[in-house]
Design a protein around this ligand. Structure first.
Ligand SMILES: [Zn+2]
Length: 250
C-alpha cells in the first residue's frame, strides 16, 4: 500500500524532503501513498521528522513502523494540526536527516565489518543492531582479540581508499543460483523477489532493505571495542563511528 521510495537506489536514501498523499488515518498514525521515512526493522531504527500540511501547520513524526504493506507514521501535534491530516491531503515530509545519515553510516559500517570478520575469521553475523552512535554485531563464534588490529586496518583502508556502495535488484531465481558468500545468518524469506542486494565494491554483497551511504569514506573512522562473550560460544562486538563526517548538504 505504501511505496517505499527510499529502496530504489543509493541516491534515494539521501532524499530528505518529499511530497506524498495521505491514504489512510488509523488511530494516531498516517499512511501515505509513498514515503522516504524508514520504518524500524532489520536492526535499523525508525526515522523521525515532520509533516507540513497545506494550512501551514506542522505535525511531528515520532515513530515509523510497518503494518503489512502499509507504513504507519506515528504523529504528534496540536489537535488543530492533526485535524489537517485528512485522507487525500498532500503533505510535505521532512526527515530528521542528521539522525538518518548516522543510521546510514552505521548500517554500511555494519555490513563492512560483518564481511571482513567473515573473510578473516570465517565467523558469521547472527544479528546486528544500530542505534544512537554505535552498532553491535552478535557473532556465531568467539572473535579472537588478535584479529581486531586487522579489522582496524581494513576499516582505515576503506576510509582512505573509498569503495562505492551500490544497490542491485536481482531476480530471486538468479540470486538463489549464485547467492554470493553470505556474512550473515539471517535467512531470506521465501516471498522476497527481487532481492535487494547491497554491494560494497570488492568486499560484500548482502540482501538488505536498509539505507546506506554511497561510498565507504562516508562511514568515517570505525572504533571497535573488545568482544564480549555471549552464551553458546558466541560474542558481541560493539563499534562506534567518529563524528567528524559532516552530514551532506541538501
Ligand atoms: Zn543491512
Amino acid at each position: 500500500m505504501t511505496d517505499l521510495a527510499y529502496l530504489d537506489s543509493t541516491d534515494a536514501a539521501y532524499v530528505r524532503t518529499f511530497r506524498a498523499q495521505i491514504r489512510a488515518r488509523p488511530p494516531g498514525a498516517v499512511v501515505l501513498d509513498r514515503t522516504y521515512f524508514y520504518a524500524a526493522g532489520g536492526g535499523q531504527p525508525a526515522d523521525r521528522g515532520l509533516f507540513h500540511v497545506p494550512s501551514g501547520r506542522t505535525v511531528e513524526v515520532v515513530d515509523v513502523t510497518k503494518s503489512g504493506s502499509a507504513v504507519l507514521h506515528r504523529t504528534r501535534g496540536t489537535p488543530g494540526a492533526l485535524d489537517d491530516l485528512a485522507v487525500g491531503t498532500e503533505v510535505e515530509g521532512v526527515l530528521d536527516f542528521e539522525r538518518r545519515y548516522r543510521h546510514m553510516r552505521l548500517h554500511t559500517a555494519q555490513h563492512f565489518l560483518s564481511a571482513r570478520i567473515f573473510a578473516r575469521a570465517n565467523i558469521r553475523t547472527q544479528k546486528a543492531k544500530l542505534g544512537g552512535r554505535e552498532g553491535t554485531l552478535d557473532l556465531e563464534g568467539m572473535v579472537v582479540a588478535g584479529i581486531l588490529p586487522e579489522l582496524a586496518e581494513d576499516a582505515s583502508e576503506a576510509l582512505s581508499r573509498p569503495r562505492p556502495v551500490r544497490i542491485r535488484h536481482v531476480p530471486r531465481a538468479e540470486w538463489d543460483l549464485h547467492p554470493s558468500t553470505r556474512s550473515g545468518l539471517v535467512r531470506l524469506a521465501a516471498h522476497i523477489d527481487p532481492v535487494r542486494v547491497i554491494e560494497i565494491d570488492g568486499i560484500d554483497a548482502c540482501p538488505c532493505g536498509g539505507t546506506h551511504v554511497r561510498s565507504t569514506d562516508e562511514i568515517g573512522r570505525i572504533a571497535i571495542r573488545d568482544p564480549v562473550p555471549l552464551a553458546g560460544g558466541c560474542c558481541r562486538l560493539t563499534f562506534t563511528l567518529s563524528e567528524e563526517t559532516a552530514t551532506p548538504s541538501a
